[in-house]
Write a protein that binds this ligand. Structure first.
Ligand SMILES: *Cc1c(COP(=O)(O)O)cnc(C)c1O
Length: 355
């Protein structure tokens, strides 16, 4: 039976990524050595890193003003490193969920953090209205709230630089980098296995803080060394390159965006139509195209376990909601084929007919 992987992260990768990485784990680039045991300074691996950086720039249309680096430590490390490098004394954060809170907590080490709005009182089921003060060093937001299934699908219109955690929707839509001082993303949602994060940063925004920035924290260290200041996570970077090649073959960001919209429409359409389910995010504008949350409707609240077991028996995997939200969450990242979304929709239809 085919298993459909709806896991929120680590999550589905393209079959191409998995197969190419598996081959390289045995014999990397004809060296006769495993990718796991070669020097990161070998010409074969340096070529991998260079191509990965170049493809991120090409696919996302990163302008000359910005640099792309690959760093260990995941997105959570960037919660700290972003303010360390970019915050002088005062910043603004939008509180749209658990990850936004964690990001905000780290900025507190460096000065004043203004929470411009929060949707906490409604379990983060919408993107709140907000205004950003004009005297802050930057405005930070989380573009896609992996846990609650909400998303900000367009670059915000504000008159201060933007900093954004795009861990769970990078490469799903075009980004206007002229508005951003920095974007970061952990790889394990939309790119590669866990262990690496992408940072895209405006070079001119660096070196402006008064504090001393330790070597490993300073983005300039990694820009200068081409993400090779220390040993990079070699296997995740290689896998990321395979995904980037696959993205290009899917028609790049425009192609992925179109497919993502079709997948999301299909699944939200069924949730709204099917009387047994409902979406906890009421406003369609705020609904994530990456993480689709749904719960049993009131009159069928007792059937949650039964649906879980039914859908699991049909090969659905990783679709339980986050422990803080309950219900279900189908993560339909870039690598998820529309056929798998259709398989889940078929389960929902069949479950309705059986009940
Ligand atoms: C998963 C996730 C993180 C945390 O990523 P790590 O790489 O585990 O640190 C941060 N932000 C968002 C939006 C996420 O989805």
């Amino acid at each position: 039976m085919k298993i459909h992987n709806f896991s929120a992260g680590p999550s589905i990768l393209s079959q191409y990524t998995i197969e190419e990485t598996a081959k390289a784990l045995i014999d990397f680039a004809g060296t006769g050595l495993s990718l796991m045991e070669v020097s990161h300074r070998s010409k074969e691996f340096v070529a991998v890193m260079d191509e990965a950086v170049a493809l991120v720039k090409e696919l996302l249309e990163v302008p000359e003003t910005h640099e792309v680096i690959f760093l260990g430590g995941g997105a959570s490390t960037q919660f700290l490193h972003a303010p360390y490098n970019l915050m002088k004394s005062k910043v603004a954060y939008l509180n749209t969920g658990a990850w936004a809170n964690k990001a905000m907590k780290e900025a507190h080490y460096f000065g004043e953090v203004i929470e411009v709005a929060s949707s906490k009182d409604s379990v983060y089921n919408h993107i709140p209205e907000y205004t950003v003060p004009s005297d802050v060093d930057y405005f930070h937001y989380t573009s896609n709230n992996t846990i609650y299934g909400t998303q900000i699908k367009e670059d915000p219109e504000v008159d201060v630089p933007l900093v954004c955690d795009m861990s769970s929707d990078i490469f799903s839509r075009p980004i206007d980098f002229s508005k951003y001082d920095m974007v970061y993303a952990g790889a394990q949602k939309n790119l590669a296995p866990a262990g690496v994060a992408i940072v895209i940063v405006r070079t001119e925004a660096l070196g402006k803080v008064d504090r001393e920035v330790p070597t490993m924290v300073d983005y300039r260290t990694h820009i200068k060394a081409g993400s090779m200041f220390n040993t990079p996570p070699v296997v995740p970077v290689f896998a990321a390159l395979q995904t980037l090649k696959w993205y290009k073959a899917q028609g790049g960001i425009a192609g992925l965006q179109k497919l993502n919209a079709a997948k999301a429409d299909l699944l939200y359409g069924e949730i709204d139509r099917n009387t047994m389910f409902k979406c906890p995010v009421p406003n369609p504008k705020d609904r994530s195209e990456m993480n689709v949350c749904f719960v049993m409707s009131e009159e069928h609240a007792d059937k949650e376990k039964a649906f879980f077991e039914f859908a699991s028996s049909k090969g659905m995997s990783g679709f339980k909601g986050h422990r803080s939200v309950g219900g279900f969450r189908a993560s339909i990242y870039n690598a998820m084929p529309i056929e798998s979304v259709q398989a889940l929709v078929d389960c929902m239809k069949e479950f309705e007919a059986n009940n």
